[in-house]
Each structure stands twice: as C-alpha cells, then as structure tokens.
Design a binder for this molecule. Structure first.
Ligand SMILES: [Zn+2]
Length: 439
C-alpha cells in the first residue's frame, strides 16, 4: 500500500479561528468539520444514507469508529466486498463503496476501556474477529478472571494498579511494545482507516503520559510506510487540574512535526458550574493550539467525544466529534425508549415528552431548520415508532452539527467570529462563553 499524505490548506481566517480544506487521496473535507462517532449498525445506515442523499453536508465527510464497533459494523462489509459470488462476479455493495470513497474514516483504538469497565468485554469479542495483539488480550483475560473471582472492592483496587503496571511493563519491553503498536495500526488498516491513531494508554498519571508520548513517536516511525498517522492524547479529564501535565502536552504539540493531533478528554463537562479550573486549563490548551496553527497553518487539530462542547470546539479545533446522540458518556441511559431531542439554539437536549409543548409554542414545528424537523408535525411525532425516532433524532443531530459548523464557517468568512460568543451566551452552554475571547 502506498502512503497517502494529509494535506491541509487554510482558506479563511478571523483572529483565532480559521477555515481550511483537508485532503487525503481523493477525499476532501472542509473545516470546521463534524466527524460523526458511529457506534451502532443503524447509525451507520442512517449516516451513510444521509451522506449519499443530502446536500446539507458541507461540513461533514468524516467519521470515527471505536475499534470494537468497526469490528462489528465495517469488517463484515469489507470482507464481503472482496468475495466473489456464486455467479462468478464480485459482490457489489455500490452504496457502501461510494460512501467509502467520499468519507474519511478514523478508527479509535479506544484503549480507555482497558481501564473503564463499560466496553471492556467488547475488546474480547473484537479479538475473535481481528488480530488484536496478545499482550492486550492476555491483560483482558487476566482482568476478567479477577473480576469474576474477587469482591467488587478488591477488584477496583487491583484494576487501578494492574492497568498502570500493564503499560509500564509493556513500555519496558521495547520489542513487545513496538509489536503491539504495529499490530494495532494494522488492525485499523483492516477496518479501512484513512488516518491511523496510535494505541496510546488512557492517561491518568504522569508516568502514563510519558508512555503515551513515546507511543506517539514510535507510531509515527512505524506508520511511515503504511498511512498518515495522528498524534493522540487520550486523557482523563482530571488532567485539566494538573497544569504541569498539561504543560508537558503543550510542549509536545509545539515541537511535534506531525500534521494531525487528536484529543479525547473522557467525560468532559466544562459547561457545568464549578468547572472553573478545568475551563481555564482547557483555555490554555486552545490558546496553544491557536498559536501553533498561526505559525504553521498546515496543522490540523481534532477533538473526540466533545459532547455539548462541540460548538465551542468548532472555533478552535478543526474537526470535532461526538456521538449521534450528541452526548458522550458511557451509559445505558437513553438507549431504550424515546430519546431526547437536541435543541440547536440551546445546545442541550429536550425530553421527548416535552416536544409537543415546544412545537405548540412554535407554530406546530420544532425550532430547527433541518430537513428532518421541517417535515415533522405534532400528529407525526405522536405516531412515531421507536425505530423511526431513534434514526430521526440522529439524522436531525447530524444535520444540526453541519449547520452549527457552517455558522462558524460563515462567522469566519465575514470576519465576525465574535458572533459565536453571542450564540453561546444565548444557549444553555453560556458557562463556556469565556473561552471565546471578547474584542
Ligand atoms: Zn432538526
């Protein structure tokens, strides 16, 4: 495979914010870009359908899947694609092929689940389908045995210690560490990734941060022949209370020659009251990113699982990502029943049961200009099946993110970036307003 480089061209700028065009091979996206986190087969179908049929997709064109979701959703499709059918011809999945040719895919190693419980077992399942490195599967198996055979309290204590020692031991054995990295990057390529993301640890301490920095550097070297590779920081949100660790990250990105850097702060909720220190340090990070991009406009920054911070982040990061539910926290809440609707102007969710009232007060329609909501009446809403609403609210969310990114794009083009601050002040996310400078 010949390596495709990521090319970034800045197109417009207004003070700290900019728009750009990003190209990898024949695939092109515009920034600020919304990158959909796809977690379920039905989400993939809905996103693919939207991507192929809608014209309101100017700021879309990229998507991300965690490796275990890609294993379930993409790998079976990719395998079928290469097979011959009984008639001797090739199986054709025209729509999937077309979608693939147009959209940039990131596969997130999501190794926070070597620490967090929620999707921990999904890795074990994925390793039956993909060549996940045995160091990781051994660790997962040992952990599963421990979970079954000890009390909840003992298990919690053991887990913290064993997660740290797993990474330190791996890091001490350079051959095993490098094998793990190479095999993980290959797994991402099997899933069809366009840009590789290094398999870094979930950073909960300075020691793990050092390991993450090393894995980033080694991944660059290993990926050279394979594909473009990002720098990745997968961080516990408490890192935003440790300035020395944040400074180390900032120092790294200032000297990093890599074109794309990806951040994920797990369960980040900067809009909540009391998150003052976290907000300030997040502000320090976005200032550093702004500075790097000013001196080197070819750099691209991305943030994963940005939840309600997506609009804010669209002003500083080039690519922002969240789940199609619009909220990124591991929970079974909202998986059953009629899920909440994302209110574009307020940047928060409204309960399904409150929607008829909202509609009545808004001339019978939802306060959203997207094609999906414009078509929705109160009787239609009341007769909606669970599946229809499950897909519908995701289509609405995706179209809304496209509109919000377009709004930032427009503010930059017309040199009125301060309007983004106004927008935040009028939303439920007004606590985030201070992160956008006043002029
Ligand atoms: Zn809508």
């Amino acid at each position: 495979m010949s390596r495709l480089d990521l090319v970034v061209e800045e197109t417009e700028r207004d003070r700290f914010a900019r728009t750009s065009e990003v190209q990898i091979g024949d695939k092109k996206i515009r920034t600020p870009n919304f990158c959909a986190l796809i977690q379920y087969p039905w989400e993939f179908e809905a996103f693919m359908g939207l991507s192929l049929t809608s014209t309101a997709t100017e700021q879309l064109g990229s998507y991300v899947m965690r490796v275990f979701d890609a294993s379930d959703i993409l790998v079976p499709r990719l395998r079928i694609k290469g097979q011959t059918n009984l008639m001797g011809g090739n199986f054709t999945d025209e729509l999937f092929s077309k979608f693939q040719r147009q959209n940039i895919l990131f596969v997130d190693p999501a190794l926070e689940y070597l620490f967090h419980e929620f999707h921990f077992q999904r890795f074990t399942k994925a390793s039956q389908n993909l060549p996940i490195h045995r160091q990781i599967t051994n660790y997962l198996n040992a952990r599963e045995r421990r979970r079954k055979n000890s009390s909840a309290k003992d298990y919690e204590k053991w887990k913290r210690a064993s997660h740290t020692s797993f990474w330190h031991e791996l890091d001490r054995n350079s051959k095993q560490r490098n094998d793990m990295i190479a095999s993980f990057l290959d797994v991402e390529l099997i899933c069809g990734a366009d840009i590789l993301i290094p398999p870094v640890p979930f950073v909960t301490s300075e020691g793990l941060l050092d390991i993450a920095l090393r894995i980033n550097k080694i991944s660059q070297a290993i990926a050279t022949e394979r594909a473009a590779c990002a720098t990745y920081f997968l961080l516990q949100k408490s890192i935003l209370r440790h300035e020395t660790m944040l400074d180390k990250i900032i120092n790294f990105i200032k000297n990093d020659t890599n074109a794309i850097t990806v951040f994920k702060f797990k369960n980040l909720t900067l809009w909540e009251s009391g998150c003052i220190v976290e907000r300030e340090l997040f502000g320090k990070l976005k200032d550093a990113i702004t500075e790097v991009k000013r001196s080197n406009p070819k750099k691209l920054y991305m943030i994963l699982e940005s939840s309600y911070q997506s609009f804010l982040c669209g002003c500083f990061f080039d690519v922002v990502s969240s789940s199609l539910r619009g909220f990124d926290r591991d929970s079974n809440y909202g998986q059953t029943g009629y899920g909440a609707w994302f209110y574009p102007e307020k940047l928060c969710h409204i309960k399904f049961s409150d929607l008829p009232t909202i509609m009545k007060n808004n001339g019978g329609r939802l306060p959203c200009n997207c094609a999906y909501c414009q078509n929705l009446t109160i009787p239609k809403l009341k007769n909606m099946s669970l599946e229809e609403w499950r897909d519908g609210r995701r289509i609405h969310y995706t179209l809304t993110m496209n509109e919000l990114m377009k709004m930032i794009d427009e503010a930059i083009r017309t040199r009125k970036i301060e309007l983004t601050r106004e927008f935040l002040i009028n939303s439920e996310m007004r606590n985030l307003k201070d992160l956008i400078p006043r002029f």
